[in-house]
Design a protein around this ligand. Structure first.
Ligand code: ADP
Ligand code: MG
Length: 210
């Protein structure tokens, strides 16, 4: 990855586009299991990031850019996902601080950031949340870094982990967030937050591979 985040505007565009094109599907998931606002929550954050694209690209380094994103996300997204993504980006900023951004560094920082999300949400894998997408992606990154895989293969592993993790939420019983009020009726439906994290991660992987 470049030492400065000049690619961020492209990545933000890719993320916004995938959320836009899956808005109906995800809203339906969150209407069934939650209160139906997940897409509009994310879109509020993405609108803010769109406005900040230039400032983000001009940030001193990746750590500074992640911190800016964390602040924007926390102040605009709202809902459970706002504080959780805010936590993710804040921890990423901390993990990347003062380091050249290579795969091993990013993989470690991402794994630490997912741990921070788990702590913040008091959530483990298997509770039908975004963590079920994020945690396998962190593991895939760490494994790929250990094996020094070429970029195309890293991205392939990341996509697969995200998709498998997202799919795994379908049959889970929700025990965290609003979906937990549904009890056994939560089974059979993919978690909206797991779906959007997968969509965003896959959009980023596609853009990095292009
Ligand atoms: P809210 O649930 O407050 O309306 P959103 O609709 O924006 O917030 O986000 C809902 C998503 O947030 C869920 O689909 C789930 O993936 C995630 N989520 C909710 N609570 C938690 C938690 N405690 N830990 C991890 N993720 C959570
Ligand atoms: Mg909601």
């Amino acid at each position: 990855m470049q030492s400065t985040p000049s690619i961020l505007p492209d990545l933000i565009d890719a993320v916004a586009a995938t959320i836009e094109s899956h808005a109906e599907e995800v809203t339906q998931l969150d209407q069934t299991l939650g209160d139906g606002d997940h897409v509009t929550n994310l879109q509020r954050g993405l609108k803010k990031l769109m406005e900040q694209k230039e400032a983000l690209a001009a940030a001193e380094d990746w750590s500074a850019a992640m911190q800016k994103i964390a602040m924007s996300v926390m102040s605009t997204v709202g809902g459970a996902s706002g504080s959780l993504y805010g936590t993710l980006f804040m921890a990423l900023s901390k993990g990347l601080k003062g380091k050249p951004v290579d795969l091993p560094t990013f993989a470690r920082a991402f794994a630490e950031a997912v741990d921070a999300v788990k702590k913040r949400g008091r959530t483990e894998v298997g509770e039908k949340t975004m963590v079920d997408t994020l945690a396998p992606v962190a593991d895939a990154l760490l494994t790929a870094a250990d094996a020094s895989l070429p970029l195309a293969q890293v991205l392939h592993q990341v996509r697969q982990a995200a998709e498998k993790g997202m799919e795994s939420t379908r049959d889970m019983l929700a025990t965290k967030g609003r979906a937990s009020y549904m009890g056994e009726r939560s089974r059979g439906i993919i978690d909206a937050g797991a779906r959007t994290s997968q969509l965003m991660i896959c959009a980023i992987a596609d853009r990095l591979g292009a």
